[in-house]
Design a protein around this ligand. Sequence first.
Ligand SMILES: Cc1ncc(COP(=O)(O)O)c(C=O)c1O
Length: 361
Amino acid sequence: MKWKDQIHNLQAYQPGKSIDEVKNAQLNPIIKLASNENPYGYSSNVDEVLKQYDHFNFSLYPDASAAKLRESVSSLLGVNKKQLIFTNGTDELIQIISRALLEHGKNTVMATPTFSQYKHNAIIEGGEVREVPLKNGKHDLNQMLAEIDINTAVVWICNPNNPTGTYIPNNQLLSFLKNTPKDVLIVLDEAYIEYVNQSYHSLDFIKDFPNLLIMRTFSKIYGLASFRIGYGISSEAIIQKLEPLRLPFNTNVLGQTAAAAAVKDQEFVQKCQKRNAEEREKYYTFCLENQLEYFPSETNFILIDFKCDSDEVTKFLLSKGLIVRSGRLLGFPTCVRITIGLKEQNEKVRTAIKEFIHEGS
Ligand SMILES: Cc1ncc(COP(=O)(O)O)c(C=O)c1O
């Protein structure tokens, strides 16, 4: 086989463990807090519209242009419909962008550690990956600018960043945008933006920076991860270039319908944001009381430093039926990333962590 050289050492994406994988009679219930899904589920609007789908003809292809969903998102955000691209999760959008812009001789700049798929797709396309270490868990924007040269095609900014949860305020972002050459695509991954407590105006920047693309998803606060719907917002010119790389029927009919219904319930989104922030505060207090360092987070997860092998902590929590994410594969080998769950779930996690600390000392 004549495989591309660059794919030889690639590993398949390793997701957090599923509930089925760890199910056994002794562990009940099993609580999954490893992939930053929404523990509050999704809007009741979604159930309503999906009920009406029992008469739908599933033998037909879905609407290739996702027209109804496009309409809903365009009116929610106040952007033109031609400024949107819908994809099979933002994972697919990352793939499309990488295919469109990266190859041997081109490079891409990103933070490290950050969301793994930027690097993964860049490697597949043969692009050079320039990684800039985070500073105290935050993007080092000055150093990222310094890495940009004439061959840079894409810069990735994960805001808030996964796995640290840290957020870049608007003024710093704006200065980065101003200093980035106009022929470099700046991708702002806002998978967790709805959780941010501060006001954010990144959409306003699209007018002035046609080389900016914002990625958002229905997998996090909207609670629709299994439907695989993500989208990009950019200038019409960028969207037009990316559209031909999208698979013809990349988003399925149930996903389009569920997402369009979810957009119409912003009250649900606000409720989840508020509850998440309250629960996150409890983790902060807990960490302070137990001398655990953590990264202040603007997301629905928290990265806690246990100052020991993170696999030991995750194994211990798993023995209590709690699935969390070891920092080993996320670039923080002594940390554990925990999705902020429901009140009782978080209490169980904190009790188990206390036991871990107690048993270890
Ligand atoms: C920062 C970030 N970007 C993108 C994704 C992919 O999300 P989607 O479900 O839309 O593919 C994730 C998923 O965890 C993420 O954390």
